[in-house]
Design a protein around this ligand. Sequence first.
Ligand SMILES: Nc1ncnc2c1ncn2[C@@H]1O[C@H](COP(=O)(O)OP(=O)(O)O)[C@@H](O)[C@H]1O
Ligand SMILES: [Mg+2]
Length: 536
Amino acid sequence: MKKVEKPQESILAGFARETGEMIGRIQSMLEPKEATFTRKPGDESLPVDREVIEAQLDLLGEHQKMLSQIGESPRILATVLEVLRTDGEEAKVIIFSSGRKLSVPLLEGLEDRQGKLQAGDLVEVSLDTEQIIQKANFLPRGDVVTVKNIISPSLIEVQHGDTPKVVYRGRFSDNGQAIEAGDRAYLDEGGMIVVANLGKDESRFRVTDFRRVEWDEIVGLDRVKQELMDAVIYPALHPELYRRYRQTFGRGVVLLGPPGCGKSMLARAVITEIANRYGPEGLASGAIFLKGPEFLTKYVGDSEEIIRSIFERTRRHKKKFGWPAIVVVDEAEAAFRKRGSGKSSDVEITTTTTWNAEMDGMEESGAFFILATNRVDLIDGAILRDGRVDLKITIDRPNQESVRGIFEKNFTGLPLQETAAELAAFAAHEFFSDQFPLFEIKRISVPEPLKFSLRDIVNGAMIVAIASAAAKVSIRRERETGKESAITREDVRRAIADKQAECLRLDWSDELADFTHDFNLDVIDISKVVQGQTTK
Ligand SMILES: Nc1ncnc2c1ncn2[C@@H]1O[C@H](COP(=O)(O)OP(=O)(O)O)[C@@H](O)[C@H]1O
Ligand SMILES: [Mg+2]
């Protein structure tokens, strides 16, 4: 926006002052009394009647008074919508003020003094003369909106809260100043016209609640870590090497698997890797962490606009930094629910459609997407189609060795009756034993009933919870006895047994169905275990 120097006085007050000065000068010319005047041109040497001049001076004085009165008269602020100019005629100006559109004239000389008037200018209009008296040079109180679409040379679609609306582009018209989708625009008080372009909001998708996860905090999953590094980090670090082998970045990867097994941790570890390699600036620009259930409501704008802005943001990042931005969508099933399942809403259809369109329009190595989900069955198939996010990595439940590792990490540094390694080995062994069944499954072909146990629904989060519960048992003992204590094997057993009891109260039908999938026809009976006993 062109900056207009604020005049010391209004234009009218200026005219009034100048008129006053003129009057003063003429009066001084009339001194002394015997002065005579000569008419020009020609030298006719005819004296002019002093009274005639004095009468004219009086008139000028009247005008001066009027001018200064108007100069101080009340005025309203208005926004210029359009300036209509016809050669040889005074400009007509369409203004918008207090909810009304008006056509008003300009004070003569205004443009000479303050420059050409443009759409989007704020002006002061005299209530007395209904003229534009001068430009005002401050921004009005108005709403900030996000530009969605350029509709025509003079109109633009913006997103205002939840609702889209169409406003005048003003000086941001086709041949005026630049404005484009994703820019934040400042509207006039009436919300009709763009008065300033605040540019893109670079902080909009910035990772804020960033929790670092280093790779070695994640126990096991070595193959998965390797695959993620291969897919995301190395191609960015060694573009030349990859180019020689004609290998490019994929577009993304989806991490699948049961809850609590480290998917979110892995995604965070990738973001941490970005922070470690590219510093805070790289992190701020090159990492976006979205939570499926909330990201469409967390940011202002409708889902279409938010998704467009995310991709737009990755394009700007790539241009500036040269390596692709990483976009994580955790709990992705909440954002990209299957369309046409009867449960999907309009918002979900728009979200999925826009996402796929942006994905398809993305240049090679434009950005890299990491989707994480427990429920890949709920995700719209088109999201994961070949050429989009097509690398699928399954994260399995931890095995006994990984469980041992997670126990050890969580025991280390706590008061223990033995070493963390020893207690962890005991805990993992115990956990994987047959002692914590949830269901017994009788089969025709096998005499011994099969046990569906804690180990069959294990996940990392469960192990962390058991370690913490064991610590609480020891804390309680210290509190009650007043004597220093430490976590014992028995405490761990207690914690595992409590977890078993807790799990017995929950529904495991999906997991049971998976478990018996391969020998389904062979099953005669499935019974729930109750506190060590087996009942129907
Ligand atoms: N492989 C693992 N190593 C260490 N801790 C783990 C592991 N898997 C899960 N956890 C623990 O479980 C918690 C939940 O894991 P998370 O990554 O959120 O699971 P998901 O996203 O797969 O549901 C983690 O914060 C961590 O404490
Ligand atoms: Mg998760």
